[in-house]
Design a binder for this molecule. Structure first.
Ligand code: DQA
Length: 146
């Protein structure tokens, strides 16, 4: 059974309560449940983790790079700052999709730049929790054609 590593970055554990006007009312647990349901259809196993720590995310990518066929990641605030996560994705060398709940380009200027976008297959943003499902489907397509 193929595996996909799902990574939720900092503060995404607070979804549902955190700035609901921007991120909505859906909790991380509900997002993971929806992802599980979608993955099941394709007989894909998910390894889903949330971390508030940059180094921990780097370790997660490194530890799972030989186990997982692809990575679905919402790097959250690290999107805009983390050379370390970008390098970890490059080092892993497996198809990766970046997702965001909000459209980072319609927000503050400091969110417009993603250090992650240039090293992933594609980015899906602005569709709330649906961004994750669309990202997962895109990643499954990539993995299956490989
Ligand atoms: C986010 C956008 C980031 O700018 C922000 O720091 C987040 C969430 C999103 O999913 O819209 O924490 O990645």
């Amino acid at each position: 059974m193929k595996k996909i590593l799902v990574i939720h970055g900092p503060n995404l554990n607070l979804l549902g309560k955190r700035e609901p006007g921007i991120y909505g009312k859906t909790t991380l647990k509900q997002i993971n449940q929806a992802l599980e349901k979608a993955a099941k259809k394709y007989k894909i196993k998910l390894i889903a983790k949330q971390s508030n720590h940059e180094g921990e995310i780097v370790d997660l990518i490194g530890k799972n790079k030989n186990k997982a066929s692809g990575i679905l990641i919402n790097p959250a605030a690290y999107t805009h700052t983390s050379v370390a996560i970008r390098d970890a994705i490059l080092a892993a060398g497996i198809p990766t999709i970046e997702v965001h709940l909000s459209n980072i380009h319609s927000r503050e200027e400091f969110r417009h730049k993603s250090l992650i976008s240039p090293v992933v297959k594609g980015t899906i943003m602005g569709f709330g929790p649906k961004s994750y499902i669309l990202g997962l489907e895109a990643l499954i397509d990539l993995i299956n054609v490989k």
